[in-house]
Design a binder for this molecule. Structure first.
Ligand code: ZN
Length: 325
């Protein structure tokens, strides 16, 4: 049996190797909404929305989006909108305490229900989400750029709809395609309203590029952004600047999330320093302890997805368990 990690091991932050982008020049915008920019071809076509900084400390996507907006690349049809989302949280980023600026009042990526956005609740994140809502509502394609607490290979989170799984599989990004239903503690932007309607055709993907402050996350975010714009027909592969894409890698079979393990206590500990992607060979093998309660693999060949105790508190997802489709 694996050994217990010592109680109260502090969840130390990873080194900040990737410099935070300077995006203050993106504040003023012709859209009338700060940090939201449009590139309009003047021709009919898709409405592509690229979002970054949904979590204030995940800035590889913001660096990639900022570089794209400044690149001179223009859509050949339709309109591309780039939005830096939780800029209030990002403004608080401090390399000495890099995990602290994920949000101001609450997780921006849990407020995307009609009830919360239309309700009377108040928070820094709700206020910003209400301003950004029209851009999300008009999007026919959404790419939401994130990164992860722990070093891990890139993931594309698709939700449950086959159209998103197929689109993710087609990108040649080599990322693990994660099929999941979302979270109990609130709705993600990528699951908002008609984006999650099986009768419609909108595409919504969430990229987890790698560890937040690892330079490889920037490469992955840029690669994903370029591939997404080519796949949605907005640009052609010849428009992509040299070095902005990586070689084509076929996607592995999707990983279907079967369980989400939610911490019940502050004493939640993994039995190993899991990074994600580990396959637990046998049902019943120990994965973690939550106080005195063992968390074990529910079936053979169970894959660990995004294990982390960086944001540990009761009610927070500490790991997802997936089965290869
Ligand atoms: Zn995130």
């Amino acid at each position: 049996m694996a050994e217990l990690m010592p109680e109260n091991t502090p969840a130390k932050a990873h080194a900040v190797q990737l410099q935070a982008p300077t995006i203050t020049s993106r504040a003023a915008s012709a859209t009338g909404v700060d940090y939201v920019h449009e590139l309009d071809s003047g021709r009919q076509g898709p409405e592509v929305l690229v979002t970054a900084l949904v979590h204030g400390n995940e800035y590889s996507g913001a660096t990639a989006l900022d570089a794209f907006l400044g690149s001179g690349i223009r859509p050949r049809k339709g309109r591309i909108t780039g939005a830096f989302c939780n800029v209030a949280a990002f403004a608080r980023f401090d390399p000495a305490s890099p995990d602290a600026s994920r949000f101001v009042d609450e997780d921006f990526n849990r407020v995307w229900s009609l009830e919360r956005l239309g309700g009377s609740g108040q928070s820094s994140e709700l206020e910003r989400a209400r301003v950004l809502r029209p851009f999300v509502e008009r999007a026919t394609y959404l790419l939401d750029l994130h990164s992860m607490h722990e070093p891990c290979e890139p993931l594309l989170v698709t939700g449950l709809l086959q159209r998103n799984i197929d689109f993710a599989q087609s990108l040649g990004l080599g990322a693990q395609v994660i099929v999941d239903a979302g979270h109990d503690d609130g709705v993600r932007m990528r699951d908002f309203d008609r984006l999650a309607d099986p009768a419609r055709s909108e595409i919504a993907l969430l990229l987890e590029a790698g560890q937040h402050w690892d330079p490889s996350s920037l490469q992955t975010a840029r690669n994903a952004l370029m591939r997404f714009l080519v796949a949605s027909g907005m640009i052609e592969s010849g428009d992509v600047p040299p070095g902005w894409t990586l070689p084509d890698v076929p996607a592995p079979r999707p990983l279907v999330v079967t369980h989400r393990i939610v911490a019940k206590s502050m004493a939640f500990r993994f039995v190993q320093d899991f990074r994600g992607g580990e396959v637990i060979a046998r049902a019943g093998e120990l994965i973690a302890w939550d106080g005195g309660e063992p968390i074990v693999a529910p079936y053979d060949g169970c894959v660990l997805i995004m294990p982390s105790v960086k944001q540990l508190r009761p009610g927070v997802t500490t790991v997802r368990l997936g089965r290869r489709a």
